[in-house]
Design a protein around this ligand. Sequence first.
Ligand SMILES: C[S@@+](CC[C@H](N)C(=O)[O-])C[C@H]1O[C@@H](n2cnc3c(N)ncnc32)[C@H](O)[C@@H]1O
Length: 386
Amino acid sequence: MDVLDTATWESRAAALAAELTAAGVLHDPAWRDAFAATPRHLVVPRILDGPTTLEAGDPGWLDAVYADEALATQTRTAGDGPAGREIASSSSSKPTVMVVMLERLAPEPGHRVLEIGTGTGYNAALLSHRLGANNVYSLDLDPELVDAAHEHLTVAGYSPHLATGDGSQGWPGEITFDRIIATCAVTAIPPAWIDQLAACGRIVAPLDAGAAGPLMVLDKTADDEVSGRIDPFPMLFMPMRVDVTSPFGPGKQPSAAATAIPHYGTTPVDPATLLNRPELALFLWLHASGLTLGGSAEHGVVVAQRGLARAEVDLTPLAEGTWAVRQSGPYRLWDTVEHAATLFEALGQPDAARLGVTALNVAGKQFIWLDDPDSNHSWPLLNSGS
Ligand SMILES: C[S@@+](CC[C@H](N)C(=O)[O-])C[C@H]1O[C@@H](n2cnc3c(N)ncnc32)[C@H](O)[C@@H]1O
């Protein structure tokens, strides 16, 4: 099939826009037009699906392109040697997630927008359709991705400003933006974004909070400050990274588990009640960023891991209301989990909608708060790697 066969792709793009509308995520007619008119197939000529690769023209490729799915387009090896796992380092995000972000971004005609994470260029194409390519600036860490996006966007007829660089430094040059959208997840707001955000501007960025990453929607509240609520719409983004050869963010490379088990104790928290609860996972993350919590039915334990700190808790109680805990590593991780889980219950099991963020353009002066910025409950947002 000719990949430029417009009748074929246009009906699929229109069907995707209709699907997003029917699902109740796409409300703005201008974004509906953009999704119906933007040729995703021209920026995703190759889709990686595990060991399978779908190339332009392959059976099923066009259907996959216009499905409401994230499409992996690049992987990097995680871990050493040829046996290392392949992890996606770039993708075209799921259209549902893109719509939610673009509608929260709410750019107006004439607005200048910066996108961090060009990837395939599809989002830059949608923004270009809506705002005019001259108002769209997009950068990616990986020069190969920027080159490919440039080539594909040119064929599609869009010419936004593209650059290669570390998005945490903002756009290279003296310029301000009315809107900044990050399509990779961050653990804190890079100060450069606050500096480059115009008065009344808005930043939309996914919070890098593990499996439960919600969306920060922050408005400029002072020259040096942005503040706003967390949108609970669940979204999972790849992290903002500094190393183009790795799929991980700084400090996120999985570390070997410590083998020594120096501390045995007990906990009154039933470990089984902590699993598969996204709101609680986010709350635990606020107390211990990078924490992973998983159950191992085979070994009958729940394992909490954060860097070299590890805790294993038996699923079977020792006695009524008491579970055995083994902790190893540089500090007692379960003590933090136990404290956070108890506070979570005391505060009425707060979900992400009760959280907000205030960020100054100075590292270390950024925090997540509960209910309002002056609340007694707040937690620092830390830059990646800190
Ligand atoms: C989910 S993809 C972006 C999808 C893209 N917006 C699209 O429409 O195809 C995330 C992108 O963020 C990029 N990225 C990661 N860390 C970055 C950084 N420090 N600066 C700029 N881009 C970064 C990755 O290379 C990847 O292409």
